[in-house]
Write a protein that binds this ligand. Sequence first.
Ligand code: SAH
Length: 398
Amino acid sequence: MSKLILKPGREHSLARRHPWIFSGAVAAVDGDAAAGDVVDIVSSKGEMLGHGAYSPDSQIRARILSFGDCAVLPPADLVRERVFASVARRGNFFVEGYTNGIRLVNAESDALPGVVADAYGEWVVCQLTSAFADRHKRAIADALMMAHPSCRGVSMRSDVDSRRKEGLEVGGFMNLAGEEPPELIEIFEGPCKFLVDVRAGHKTGFYLDQREARAAVGRLANNCDVLNCFSYTGGFGVFARANGANSVLQVDISADALDLARRNTELLGLCHSNTDFVKADVFKYLRSCRDEGRTFDLIVLDPPKFAEAKAHAMKAARGYKDINLLAMKLLRPGGFLATFSCSGAMTSELFDKVLMEAAADAKRDFQIVARTRQAEDHPVLVSFPEGLYLKGAILRAL
Ligand code: SAH
């Protein structure tokens, strides 16, 4: 097995069980390791620190598969064992029958670096973003076929940008095992049903990570006039309507997204959905609401990533402040703002600061009544804070 030798003093992040080794920490690679190979990770003094998956084209040069000086299973066996363990951990998350849309594997935090696998009913869709994950995609798919009850097929999306950083091909949709999934898969979540486009939808098709936040918004929605900004497939608005919202406005810049939101609303089967769909830029739409003096009881702000990297965090903060300030002004007294950031580069502290400044500029007082984060099937390894990307707060206007 090839050896990846660290520079002197660069063992500390491994000692803290952080799973990444950056290129700057590597002194040399001894042997002819290829992308996706398992390598020994060795300190500058020759101590065996663990095993890692090698990524020669990435800034993240290796991802830890196991710590310490013990034997490691052959990759196909390791992948199978970890997929089964990860799927088994989901077993005790869900009250029976609440949903059939579940993240089965959450990458580093489930000890499978670069492997994301989401189940939509009987179909599983993966995103593979490390050389190791891509190399072992068949083994991963076979394991998922066996581990996920009544699985009919496992497919993969390779359009995710981070593959480029690993030197992996960025392409389309590929079936890996079993049958091809249908164009749209219907899933259920609580009282709602959603159509999931696993080929072209965001991520693997649906924002499973916002499940708990959708439920929290639903609990506040009875009798409310709701404005759902950046609505995409309409998740928050559909949940609000299912929970007795008086009216729902779904706002998104994409006509296709609104189309899907409309179909998801129809799946509620209510004769008066009281839902309107507005194709608009949220930044402009919120200003037009302000100018027309419109107000709401519940506003949801779930924008796309404004910051890809830490370097863009300040610019992103201005964008977040702008929409939060505008939304704060549109709330009726006692109204709620459910506001989110899915940029990993936007820390919880910075997000709180943005909300504080927005409230100050809006000249209004707000209570934080709840905080939300990515749902529990998107766990975060304690030693890997990078795994936490989604944060949210529910504020009440006084
Ligand atoms: N809240 C959604 C996820 C939002 S994803 C859910 O729960 O499923 C971000 C959405 O914002 C995308 O649908 C995208 O089309 C939309 N979007 C991006 N920029 C926008 C803008 N300036 N105005 C309105 N919508 C925008």
